[in-house]
Design a protein around this ligand. Structure first.
Ligand code: NAD
Length: 245
């Protein structure tokens, strides 16, 4: 029960890695608010783990502020996981539409600013708090044809480090995890199409020889957000089976 008595928000918690993080947090005694644009997915996970579902569009300031008002009105928050993210489809960088570019940057980057604006004052007041950003190996060791997605995750890693150093005097820790390609609904979008050949190509770059799982992310997130990691801030930890070596 490493998160007993704590409350966490997991954005994008209705699917994939976010659901894995929400499940692990709940199993470790945490009260989890599953915040997602897809309320059906969020409700499904919240029902399963005995948490609370909330609709939120993390790219929209009013929606994030509403989430903050609703969550903080019910009690203090200990952990914020910025997990919701999207990608454009693999394509030559100049062929990605402006609309897709704007959407990737709003969901993957602007959301980190919006949640910081909404929750950092609360964490500062309490002189404690843990923020975890779900970035990607794409921000460290990028593949071609996903340029604007890769860049958004590189931005997230830099934001994590800057947030960590600026918020450390207030007792707030900020870390990131960098998942390698994982078994979630998003995987198909990264691969372009899901064929045995493309799967084999992706797997050949992962020394441990398998895709990552929502459980892998839950375990890493739990450690970084628990008091066991009380001396750890500003890291962007690869959860990648050795892909970035
Ligand atoms: N799956 C991978 O291979 C992989 C690898 C590295 C990093 N990541 C990152 O992990 C995170 C989770 O990805 P996943 O693979 O679990 O994807 P997923 O598609 O399974 O889940 C993402 C969830 O985020 C929600 N979401 C999307 N836009 C939102 C918004 N504007 N506001 C609120 N919720 C929103 C979706 O409804 C969905 O429930 C993302 O940040 C992604 O970039 C994924």
């Amino acid at each position: 029960m490493r998160l007993a008595g704590k409350t966490a928000i997991v954005t994008g918690g209705g699917s994939g890695f976010g659901a894995g993080i929400a499940r692990k947090f709940a199993a470790e005694g945490c009260h989890v608010i599953v915040a997602d644009l897809n309320i059906d997915g969020a409700q499904h996970i919240a029902d399963e783990i005995g948490g609370r579902a909330l609709t939120c569009d993390v790219s929209d300031g009013a929606s994030v502020n509403y989430m903050a008002k609703s969550v903080l009105g019910a009690g203090p928050l200990d952990i914020l996981v910025n997990n919701a993210g999207i990608t454009h489809l693999p394509s030559a960088m100049e062929d990605v539409s402006e609309e897709d570019f704007d959407r990737v940057f709003a969901v993957n980057m602007k959301s980190v600013y919006l949640t910081a604006r909404a929750f950092v004052p609360h964490f500062k007041e309490r002189k404690r708090g843990a923020i975890l950003n779900v970035a990607s190996t794409a921000g460290v060791s990028p593949r071609p044809r996903l340029n604007w997605y890769n860049a958004s995750k590189g931005w997230m890693i830099t934001a994590t480090k800057t947030m960590a150093v600026e918020l450390a005097p207030d007792g707030i820790r900020v870390n990131a995890i960098n998942p390698v390609a994982g078994e979630t609904p998003l995987l198909k979008s990264f691969m372009g199409e899901d064929t045995p050949e493309i799967r084999a190509k992706f797997l050949s770059t992962i020394p441990l020889g398998r895709f990552s799982t929502p459980e892998d992310m839950g375990n890493a997130a739990c450690f970084l957000c628990s008091d066991e990691a009380s001396m750890i801030t500003g890291v962007a930890m690869e959860v990648d089976g050795g892909r970035c070596i």
